[in-house]
Write a protein that binds this ligand. Structure first.
Ligand SMILES: C[S@@+](CC[C@H](N)C(=O)[O-])C[C@H]1O[C@@H](n2cnc3c(N)ncnc32)[C@H](O)[C@@H]1O
Length: 317
């Protein structure tokens, strides 16, 4: 579909269709106006940090027991929605050579050399009908992608349609609210708490709301799966993710460091979104980001975030 013009992922489709556009020195996808995070090297580095962080959360393994159980023997098909660079998809292919993995994304930023059982495709998960037959997949995985999906309940129905009965869906989404000293944002009154940090996150949620994204999706994954009536054995977990260097335990400290580094990349990545969605003057946007950076670098508070994880199996028809 596309040719690679240079080493910097600067793709232009053969028909002249522009895959990326630039704003504020960052690169964005042209396929989906809803997803307003960049698609460039800094962002790919952030995905890599997130992928490493999740391995620690899952005790060194990207594939929890339920996945291994689902893909145990025989040929299976897996869909990774919003695959990013493709780390999860490629690792799954290496670990399960008889499993065929399709990773889809809005932009062709994936690895160029991949195992033979790995395929990357470009399409938008907002499409009304996902381009697969009923019951085609054994596993659908969607990680950190909900901010690009306008109608998440419909997306879950489509995921249910393309899963075989008994097939597994695994959803992982970072909560868009933040915590300090183990207390959520609303518990801090009258300007208390890490104000710069909280203001940044409020601004992000306001932007997503204005774009038409339901910011409550991460905390409602189980409920949303239940509402489809297509899944059973639905379960959810909440992972507390420290942000920074305060944890005493070694593994948690590593998670905190990785999350800190990922957020350090995330804060400036939102500048183009804040500017274009809110129409604020650049100086105000810089102030919001600098306020959050100040709290990330110097706060006395123990910052933390939450990761929402939900699993379910497709009900027999
Ligand atoms: C935050 S990254 C996560 C990447 C990967 N899933 C991971 O966990 O490391 C989100 C990815 O989802 C893709 N994405 C967002 N909305 C999408 C949509 N509607 N359809 C397909 N891909 C989408 C983005 O282009 C981006 O690469």
């Amino acid at each position: 579909m596309s040719t690679q013009e240079d080493d910097d992922n600067d793709y232009i489709a053969l028909d002249g269709y522009q895959i990326f556009y630039e704003m504020q020195g960052r690169k964005f996808n042209t396929l989906n106006q809803t997803y307003m995070l960049p698609a460039d090297d800094d962002e790919i580095q952030r995905f890599a940090l997130f992928h490493r962080l999740l391995k620690f959360v899952f005790c060194g393994n990207s594939f929890p027991g339920l996945i291994q159980e689902t893909l145990q023997s025989g040929e299976h098909r897996v869909l990774d929605v919003g695959t990013g660079k493709g780390d999860w998809a490629v690792e799954l292919c290496d670990m399960f050579p008889s499993v065929h993995v399709t990773g889809v994304d809005l932009v062709p930023i994936q690895y160029q050399e991949v195992p033979p059982n790995c395929l990357f495709e470009i399409w938008d998960a907002n499409a009304h009908d996902l381009p697969y037959e009923d019951g085609h997949f054994d596993l659908v995985h969607a990680r950190a992608v909900h901010t690009g999906i306008r109608d998440y309940p419909h997306f879950l129905c489509e995921a249910g349609r393309i899963l075989r009965p008994g097939g597994l869906i695994l959803l992982i989404e970072p909560d868009l609210r933040q915590w300090a000293n183990n207390k959520p944002e609303p518990k801090f009154k009258h300007g208390a708490g890490p104000r710069g940090w909280f203001t940044f996150w409020e601004t992000y949620r306001r932007c997503l709301f204005l774009i038409g994204i339901d910011v409550t999706v991460p905390q409602r994954l189980k409920e949303l799966l239940e509402e489809t009536n297509m899944f059973e054995q639905i379960d959810e977990y909440e992972g507390e993710i420290p942000v920074g260097f305060y944890p005493r335990k070694k593994a948690l400290l590593t998670v905190g460091q990785l999350q800190w580094m990922a957020y350090d990349l995330f804060l400036p990545a939102l500048k183009p979104m804040f500017l274009s969605v809110l129409g604020l003057p650049e100086a105000s946007v810089d102030q919001i980001i600098e306020g959050a950076q100040h709290d990330l670098y110097y706060t006395r508070f123990k910052l933390s975030s939450r990761l929402r994880i939900a699993y379910a199996r497709r009900r027999p028809n």
